[in-house]
Ligand binder design. Structure first.
Ligand SMILES: NC(=O)c1ccc[n+]([C@@H]2O[C@H](COP(=O)([O-])OP(=O)(O)OC[C@H]3O[C@@H](n4cnc5c(N)ncnc54)[C@H](O)[C@@H]3O)[C@@H](O)[C@H]2O)c1
Length: 323
């Protein structure tokens, strides 16, 4: 981790804002937070109660301090002394355009403004910035932010290389693994992949072809385990045997034309929505979200530790030494 204690502002304190704040606190930094809704202190403390044991299990530096945050009354107060402002407001373009313009107006030019957006382009989100759009970047994390190392970083036509590098360095100094995108693309890399699969899954529920539970099992007991170690490309490279990906493509290429995907968003009808929501409730079988978070985190910690120990896969590489 960085020797330097940083001050980081988190704007919007839902799942992702709390996740970022928790991650930065775990790395020993000062965090200033703001959300328009009351009760942020309680919300962040409850979040920390759930997250801190998993982080401690992975290994925290001496400087880690879960109390090192200040809940601010205004956005102006929140950005005081911050080198990075992480925006985590709801995924609504108009809202983000206004918020980022406001942040651009009040932050000095050396502050990096990063949006956690799951897929909006910087060129759209910065349309109302009048001062320094060159320091606005996407810093797209993955839930839970305090455990998953990946953050996708991408700028727009006006973003400067200097600021992209600065954002990358800040994230890396806190143990994040940065995936820099070469060009703007809706949904970035990871969400495009995730959403393609999710879309297909929703089609299967809508058509009565699979239940929510079958869909989850189809991934967790199979490809999902491999994906912790290798992505879809290398996984298929190995599936081609000695001939690798070449054999895989020659062999299975024609079947890509099989009707195995719709690749169009299904109509999110009330029936489909209810079927998915009810299916999740059934699968949870009475376990509350907090119980499931603890279960997930215990599992993730075990996987990450195993990967670090065997020095394979992605999570151990470039992230903090938590052994
Ligand atoms: N949930 C995920 O898995 C995930 C993963 C990666 C990125 N993201 C992105 O992170 C961002 C936040 O998502 P989330 O899941 O934490 O949402 P959320 O609904 O849990 O939290 C959003 C928070 O923003 C606050 N808010 C409302 N209006 C605001 C405003 N004008 N300014 C600042 N804050 C405001 C809300 O009170 C709420 O606390 C979105 O851009 C989303 O796409 C989400």
């Amino acid at each position: 981790m960085s020797e330097e204690k940083l001050t980081i502002a988190c704007i919007g304190m839902g799942v992702i804002g709390c996740g970022w704040a928790t991650h930065f606190l775990g790395q020993g930094h000062n965090v200033r937070v703001w959300d328009p809704v009351e009760g942020v202190e309680e919300r962040l403390n409850s979040y920390l109660d759930l997250a801190w044991p998993a982080m401690t299990e992975l290994g925290l530096p001496e400087e880690a301090n879960r109390e090192n945050f200040i809940v601010c009354e205004t956005v102006d107060q929140t950005i005081e002394g911050a080198c990075l402002v992480q925006e985590n407001a709801p995924e609504r373009l108009e809202l983000k355009m206004d918020l980022i313009a406001e942040l651009d107006e009040i932050c000095s030019s050396d502050v990096v403004i990063a949006s956690s957006t799951s897929g909006y382009l910087i060129s759209d989100m910065t349309q109302r910035c009048k001062k320094h759009p060159e320091r606005v970047v996407v810093g797209h994390p993955f839930n839970p932010v305090y455990l998953l190392p990946l953050v996708e970083v991408v700028g727009g036509p006006k973003t400067s290389q200097e600021n992209l590098i600065k954002a990358q360095e800040i994230y890396e100094s806190t143990g994040k693994l940065v995936l820099r995108l070469d060009k703007e693309v809706d949904g970035f890399i990871s969400d495009r992949l995730q959403e393609a699969m999710w879309r297909e899954a929703l089609h299967m529920v809508a058509n009565g072809e699979a239940t929510v539970e079958q869909l989850d099992l189809a991934i967790t007991a199979g490809p999902g385990l491999r994906w912790a170690l290798m992505g879809p490309m290398l996984t298929f490279h190995l599936a081609g045997g000695e001939g690798g990906m070449a054999h895989m493509l020659d062999h299975f290429g024609p079947s890509l034309k099989s009707p195995w995907t719709r690749l169009e968003a299904p109509e999110l009808t009330k029936e489909l929505r209810d079927a998915v929501v009810n299916g999740c409730e059934e699968e949870a079988a009475g376990r509350k979200v907090a119980d499931l978070v603890s279960e997930r985190d215990r599992g993730l910690v075990a996987i990450i530790k195993a990967l670090r120990k065997s020095e394979v896969g992605t999570p151990g590489k470039g992230s903090q030494d938590g052994t």
